[in-house]
Design a protein around this ligand. Structure first.
Ligand SMILES: NC(=O)c1ccc[n+]([C@@H]2O[C@H](COP(=O)([O-])OP(=O)(O)OC[C@H]3O[C@@H](n4cnc5c(N)ncnc54)[C@H](OP(=O)(O)O)[C@@H]3O)[C@@H](O)[C@H]2O)c1
Length: 258
């Protein structure tokens, strides 16, 4: 059984020198993705809003001797300057070979029945989980290499009811729709656009809080799949809708829509 801090083949070959941005790289799932990308030799730009969280990520990676290179940058998807900020990243790092959108915002309202949300809570949840993703696609897609991939990580609430977390769930459904719409609009011209729906993930933060289950998917297993997608290898390299909800089954294609 893999521990969350382990990765598959840390040989540095698969993504040698490729540049991959992980938006939300300081988050629970993002950290596992960052680690796998570094193990594959990528130049990784991990972003988040909180400098302290980014510094923690950098400190944990610094001692591991992984072949890739980690840069951390503060980036707020809701900042008016987002487009300029992403333009700055593109000037610094060149066209991106991969962009992973791994943002989540649970809000401060806690679990609440849908109709108990007040207007501010509703708007904050939509801003944090839907508008943020739209703005990130709009800023990053044009700056991604035509051979690259823009990937949104999502949860199963994109497909199924999620009582007590309506704002998060309906945003998940909407960002799934948005991602698939973008993939269809591009129609194979330009970067690949991928929606990856995940089951429950074992993250470092969850384990530290004593919340763990060996049946959950390791964040680095997701990262290893992301490495394949950025490298453009494997049976799902060109599949817009994919699921990784069962750790023993691994990633699988979603239904195709024609
Ligand atoms: N954890 C799971 O079990 C699970 C299961 C299925 C799917 N997922 C998906 O995985 C993704 C990440 O979830 P997670 O559990 O890793 O969440 P998380 O630990 O809360 O991390 C969220 C990340 O997103 C960043 N972020 C949030 N709002 C942002 C904004 N407006 N602009 C820029 N960055 C922002 C956070 O940075 P700051 O902390 O600095 O704000 C943090 O780096 C989500 O799409 C979620 O649906 C997670």
């Amino acid at each position: 059984m893999n521990a969350p801090e382990e990765t598959r083949v840390p040989d540095g070959a698969a993504l040698d020198g490729a540049t991959v941005v992980v938006v939300g790289g300081s988050g629970g799932v993002g950290e596992g993705v960052v680690r796998s990308l570094l193990a594959a030799g990528a130049v990784v730009v991990a972003t988040g809003r909180d400098e302290g969280r980014l510094a923690g990520l950098a400190a944990r990676r610094a001692t591991e001797g992984l072949p890739g290179t980690l840069h951390t940058r503060v980036l707020d998807a809701m900042a008016p300057s987002l487009d300029a900020d992403v333009g700055e990243l593109a000037r610094e790092f060149g066209a991106f070979d991969g962009v992973v959108v791994a943002v989540a915002s649970w809000g401060d309202q806690g679990r609440k029945p849908a109709l108990a949300l007040d207007d501010r809570e509703w708007q904050d949840l939509l801003d944090g989980n839907l508008t943020s993703v739209f703005r990130l696609f709009r800023a990053f897609l044009p700056r991604t290499a035509p051979t690259g991939v823009v990937l949104q990580l999502n949860g199963m609430s994109a497909d199924i009811p999620f009582p007590g977390s309506a704002g998060v769930a309906l945003s998940a459904a909407a960002t799934k729709s948005l991602t698939l719409t973008l993939a269809a609009e591009l129609g194979g011209r330009g970067p690949r656009v991928v929606q990856l729906v995940l089951g429950v993930v074992r993250t470092r933060a969850r384990q530290q809080a004593g919340i763990d289950d060996v049946r959950w998917i390791d964040a680095t297993q997701i990262g290893d799949h992301v490495v394949d997608l950025v490298a453009g290898v494997g049976p799902l390299a060109d599949t817009p809708l994919q699921y990784f909800t069962d750790r023993s089954e691994g990633p699988r294609p979603g239904p195709a829509f024609r």
